[in-house]
Design a protein around this ligand. Structure first.
Ligand SMILES: Cc1ncc(COP(=O)(O)O)c(C=O)c1O
Length: 382
C-alpha cells in the first residue's frame, strides 16, 4: 500500500506513518512531488559556478543570486528588502526573538498554523486571538485587540490558510492594514502556500505588496520543493531588515543556508523552478479532486490553493470519535482543535503527501468508517 521509498524511515525523516496506514495528516509534498533529480543537478551547477565560494560563510542576508531572483518574483526594486532564512519556522523564531521581548503579545487568528504558534510561544510571547468571519480576521475586533495591549506584531496567513484554505479578499486585506497602520503595529504575513494557487482566477495581492514597509512577508521552498532544504526568505522594510541582520547569529554564521540558496537560485534562473511549480500545481489539483470526490456529501469547501481540506461537522459530533474511527479505518487525520479551540468539530485532511489513488481510497475509507460509526448526521453550513 505504501509508495514511500525505504529511506523514508524514522531516524532519517521526522515522521512516517506505520505500515498500512494512509496518512492525511502532514502538510508537505510527497516523495513523488519532490524533484530529487532537479535538486541534484542544481547543487552540481551551484558548485561548478561558485566553487569554494559556495562552501564559504554566505553573505549575512543570503546569497545575492537568490535574493535578486526572489526580489524580481515579488516585484521589488532590489534585493535589499530580501533576507534568506532557514524556512518559515526559523524566520518566525528570528522575528519572535528580534522584534519582541519575552512577555509581549502577538495578535493572531483564532485558527492557525499550530507549530507556528508554538514557535512564538517558545520565544516567550503571548498569543491573543481575534475572531474571523468568512472573509478573514474581523478588523473591528483587531482594532480592539491592538488598543487593549502592547502588541509586538500581528501574525496572519491570509492566502490558502492553514488549516482552512481560506483566502482573505483584497478589501478585507486593506481594512486590516488600515487598522495596523493606524495603530503602528507590524504585520507578519506567513505566505507559505502563495505559489500553490490551484485555480485560474487571480488571487488578491499579498499584504506586503499593499504595505511594503508595514508587512514582513515570509516565503518558503518547503511546500514547493521539499522541507529538507530548510530554505525560505522574508521581505521587509529597510529598518526591519537592518534590525534583523543585527542578530549575532548572522555575524557568526552568515546566511543560514548558503549552498542550498545557490542551488535553488540556479533552479529559478534557468526556469526549472517554474516548470516544476506548474507540474506540482497540476498534480495537486488532481489530488485535491480525488480526495474531494471520495468524500461524498461531507461538508467541505473546495480550496483554491494550498494543501488542505477543512471538514465541518455539527456540534453534536465529537472530534475524538471522528479521529478514532478514521484511524480504525486505516487513515490518519488531523483533529481541527490542534489549530485552535472553541469551535464545532473540524478535521483537516492533507492532499499533498499521497498520490490520487491512495487519496481516493483514504477518502472512501473515512467516509465508510464515519458512516458505520453513526458519526455522519445533518450537513451543517458555516
Ligand atoms: C502556514 C505555515 N507556515 C510555515 C510552515 C513551515 O514552513 P517551513 O518548513 O518553511 O518552516 C508551514 C508548514 O506546515 C505552514 O503551514
Amino acid at each position: 500500500m505504501t509508495f514511500f521509498p525505504p529511506a523514508w524511515r524514522l531516524g532519517v525523516v521526522q515522521e512516517v506513518a506505520p505500515p498500512g496506514v494512509l496518512d492525511l495528516g502532514p502538510g508537505y509534498p510527497g516523495p513523488d512531488l519532490q524533484p530529487v533529480g532537479l535538486v541534484r543537478h542544481a547543487y552540481a551547477r551551484a558548485l561548478e559556478e561558485f566553487g569554494s565560494a559556495a562552501l564559504a560563510y554566505g553573505d549575512n542576508a543570503g546569497a545575492l543570486p537568490l535574493r535578486e531572483a526572489l526580489a524580481r518574483r515579488a516585484h521589488l526594486p532590489d534585493a535589499g528588502r530580501v533576507v534568506l532564512t532557514a524556512g518559515t519556522s526559523q524566520a518566525l523564531h528570528l522575528l519572535g526573538t528580534t522584534l519582541a521581548a519575552p512577555g509581549r503579545t502577538v495578535v493572531t487568528d483564532r485558527l492557525g498554523y499550530d507549530y507556528g504558534r508554538a514557535i512564538l510561544t517558545s520565544c516567550g510571547l503571548r498569543l491573543a486571538h481575534v475572531p474571523a468571519d468568512a472573509d478573514g480576521m474581523d478588523p473591528g475586533a483587531l482594532d480592539d485587540a491592538l488598543a487593549a495591549r502592547d502588541t509586538a506584531f500581528v501574525y496572519l496567513n491570509p492566502t490558502f490558510h492553514n488549516p482552512t484554505g481560506q483566502v482573505v479578499p483584497e478589501r478585507r486585506r486593506r481594512e486590516i492594514l488600515e487598522v495596523t497602520t493606524r495603530r503602528g503595529v507590524l504585520v507578519v504575513e506567513d505566505d507559505a502556500y502563495a505559489e500553490l494557487g490551484l485555480s485560474a482566477a487571480a488571487f488578491p495581492p499579498p499584504l506586503a505588496e499593499l504595505d511594503p514597509d508595514g508587512v514582513i512577508r515570509l516565503g518558503t521552498f518547503s511546500k514547493t520543493i521539499g522541507p529538507g532544504l530548510r530554505l525560505g526568505w522574508l521581505t521587509a522594510g529597510p529598518a526591519v531588515v537592518t534590525r534583523l541582520l543585527s542578530h549575532g547569529l548572522f555575524h557568526s554564521g552568515g546566511s543560514l543556508n548558503h549552498l542550498a540558496s545557490l542551488a535553488v537560485a540556479t533552479m529559478i534562473t534557468d526556469g526549472e523552478y517554474d516548470r516544476h511549480l506548474d507540474r506540482v500545481r497540476d498534480e495537486l489539483r488532481v489530488r485535491r479532486d480525488a480526495l474531494l470526490g471520495a468524500l461524498g456529501d461531507l461538508d467541505v469547501t473546495t480550496p483554491h490553493g494550498g494543501f488542505f481540506l477543512w471538514l465541518r461537522f455539527g456540534p453534536e459530533q465529537r472530534e475524538e470519535e471522528l479521529v478514532a474511527a478514521a484511524a480504525a479505518g486505516g487513515v490518519r487525520v488531523a483533529a481541527g482543535s490542534r489549530f485552535g479551540a472553541g469551535q464545532a468539530p473540524r478535521i483537516r485532511l492533507s492532499y499533498s503527501l499521497n498520490r490520487p489513488a491512495e487519496l481516493a481510497s483514504a477518502g472512501h475509507a473515512i467516509h465508510t468508517a464515519w458512516a458505520r460509526s453513526g458519526l455522519l448526521h445533518e450537513r451543517v453550513s458555516s
